[in-house]
Design a binder for this molecule. Structure first.
Ligand code: 5GP
Ligand code: MG
Ligand code: MG
Length: 189
């Protein structure tokens, strides 16, 4: 556990324990193993939030898979989606004719996922699906399909297990809800 002395001052409550997260990875891993049987998918992790989930998920998948990463951003340090998605760092792999599975930490408005899916389809991927750990539906503005997800979450800001607040707290082993007063502090900055 990181010795983050001020963690109690920012986390309101735990939402998912390490065990909850592990169980989600096992369940999704089984589903993906069945659905990608006989295929050699390219697993595309969305940096940076998805790296923790991706490493746990792929080890629950009995599939011959390749791994690459894409960094797109719509947030910066903001707490709400800017509505604009930028490509920060591209894949090293050619996706043409590949079965691509995007792995993401959380889907909120859906704009980031829609951007990534469209980009990979435009490049000629054979199939493009996604597996997200958390599905936040309250602010969805895109009709992007979320093929696999670990759990739904309400309209609250979560941190830990890859999910950041101002680029920190990704290294928490659990997922917690940020105190609303912290969000207010940032919004009134
Ligand atoms: P979308 O484009 O779907 O609105 O936003 C997706 C990205 O916003 C996620 O990949 C994540 O980086 C960020 N995001 C959305 N909701 C949350 C949240 O509750 N906590 C954190 N830490 N990031 C979030
Ligand atoms: Mg993300
Ligand atoms: Mg972020």
């Amino acid at each position: 556990m990181p010795k983050t002395d001020n963690i109690n001052s920012i986390i309101d409550h735990k939402l998912f324990t390490e065990e909850d997260i592990h169980n989600m990875c096992v369940k999704l891993g089984k589903q993906l193993t069945a659905d990608y049987a006989g295929k050699k998918p390219l697993i595309v992790g969305a940096l940076k939030g998805a790296i923790f989930f991706l490493t746990d998920l792929v080890r629950e998948m009995d599939v011959k898979a390749e791994i690459d990463f894409l960094d797109v951003s719509s947030y910066g340090d903001e707490m709400e989606s800017s509505g604009e998605v930028k490509l920060i760092s591209d894949l090293a792999t050619d996706v043409k004719d590949r079965d691509v599975l995007i792995v993401e930490d959380i889907v909120d408005t859906g704009l980031t996922l829609e951007y990534m899916k469209n980009l990979l389809k435009k490049r000629g991927a054979k199939s493009v699906k996604c597996c997200v750990l958390l599905n936040k539906e309250a602010n969805r503005t895109s009709d992007v399909e979320v093929e696999y997800y670990g759990s739904k979450v309400g309209n609250e800001f979560v941190v830990g297990y890859g999910l950041d607040f101002m680029n920190y707290y990704r290294n928490l082993r659990y997922i917690g809800v940020l105190k609303p007063e912290i969000i207010k502090l940032v919004n009134n900055k």
